[in-house]
Each structure stands twice: as C-alpha cells, then as structure tokens.
Design a protein around this ligand. Structure first.
Ligand code: E4P
Length: 216
C-alpha cells in the first residue's frame, strides 16, 4: 500500500518525506485555504513547491463544477508538473471530465466518493484513483471501512484498474484497516502516519534496553 500525505503544509510534507516512506500528496481546497494560499499564481507556485519535495503523484483539485471549466482548469493544473493528478469531484460533469482527461492522457483522482456505485462510475470513466472518504462516513454514523472492503471486492471481481485511495483518514488504526482491506493507497494526516510508530511495549522495552546497556 502506498502512503500519501493529506495536507498542503510544506513542512509536514517535508517531515513525512524525510521519514522515507512517502509516495505522494493529496490536497483539497480546504487544505490549501488553511495554508493561506490565495489566487491562481500562488496556487500554481504551491503545487510546484510540493512537487519539488515529493517525487510521486500530487493531487490538485479543480474548483470548477461544469464540464468545460473543469477541463480548462484541469489542463492548467496538469501542465504544472508531470506528477500532478487532477482531482475531480464525483458529480455528473466530473465523471464526464474524468473520461475526457483519461482519453487525453491526464491522470485523475475522483474525490468525494461515499458509495460503491460512485466508485464503479469513477472506474468506468478511467480515473487513476478513487477516493472514498472513510472518516466522514464514520462521522455520519456508518462504517467507512466497510466501503473500502466493498469497493476492493468489486474492483477485483470486475478487473477494474482504478486504485483505491482511502481518504479522510483519522487514525493509525484506519491506516491498518485500509491496508487489510486492500486499499492501494492511504492518504493520511501526518499525525496518523506518526501514530503508527507508537506502542507502549516498544517504549518500555527500549527503556529497559537502555538501562541494561549502562551495564555493558
Ligand atoms: C481526500 O483526498 C481529502 O483531501 C481528505 O482526505 C478529506 O479528509 P477530511 O474528511 O479529514 O477533510
């Protein structure tokens, strides 16, 4: 399973990259706004800065919602760097645009996916990635991980090549479950990635080893 970091924060991206386990980055308009990035030039420069840190797919989300504008915006985003993946929302014009991008050699990530039916449409349109939002499904009182398992099962059965990108990750346990259920990629906040490091028995064991090492 690949590890993407879900942020627009350059120092967090650098920290995850320095760990040596980072395969890519996802962003969204909320994450970009959080970094105070405003205007087309600033957005473009920020994506360039991300691509300079990470040698892997970087999802850049379109802000448009109608077919023609999604295509124009997506073409500009894709021209920023070969690693840019155009992130397109799961709406009717979005599906149409994903098909257009696929036919024209532009990689896409279909975002805001909350059902298996939507995941089938994304795969049919040729998206490179489909992003089911696990945490937001959990927040609404359902089991987000069930959807990862269901999509994984359907894609395998049908031979779809779209990669399942588990998104809206809230914890280290989410990452482990996504791996167990066959997600191809997990995009996570830095905190959840670092959460994988933690185990109390590791801390206790290390403290004991360091204590005994003094006797050597
Ligand atoms: C996915 O690509 C989104 O950027 C992200 O995972 C959404 O996560 P959230 O539900 O924590 O906002």
């Amino acid at each position: 399973m690949k590890f993407f970091i879900d942020t627009g924060n350059l120092s967090q991206i650098q920290e995850a990259h320095d760990l040596g386990i980072l395969d890519g980055v996802t962003t969204n308009p909320s994450l970009m706004a959080k970094e105070g990035i405003k205007g087309e030039e600033a957005i473009t420069n920020h994506y360039k800065a991300i691509c300079d840190i990470v040698d892997g797919d970087v999802s850049a989300e379109v802000l448009s919602t109608d077919f023609n504008s999604i295509i124009e915006e997506g073409k500009k985003l894709a021209a920023i760097h070969p690693n840019i993946v155009v992130k397109v929302p799961m709406i009717k014009d979005g599906v149409k645009a994903i098909k257009w991008f696929t036919d024209n050699g532009i990689k896409t990530n279909c975002t805001l996916v909350f059902s298996a039916g939507q995941a089938i449409l994304a795969a049919k349109a040729g998206a490179k990635y489909v992003s089911p939002f696990v945490g937001r499904i959990d927040d609404s009182g359902w089991d987000g991980m069930e959807l990862i398992g269901q999509i994984s099962h359907i894609y395998q059965l049908q031979g779809f090549t779209t990669q399942i990108l588990a998104a809206s990750i809230r914890s280290a346990l989410h990452i482990v479950k996504a791996a167990e259920l066959g997600a191809n990629v997990c995009t996570c906040p830095l905190e959840s990635i670092l959460g994988l490091l933690k185990h109390p028995l590791t801390d206790i064991g290390l403290a004991k080893f360091l204590e005994d090492a003094k006797k050597l």
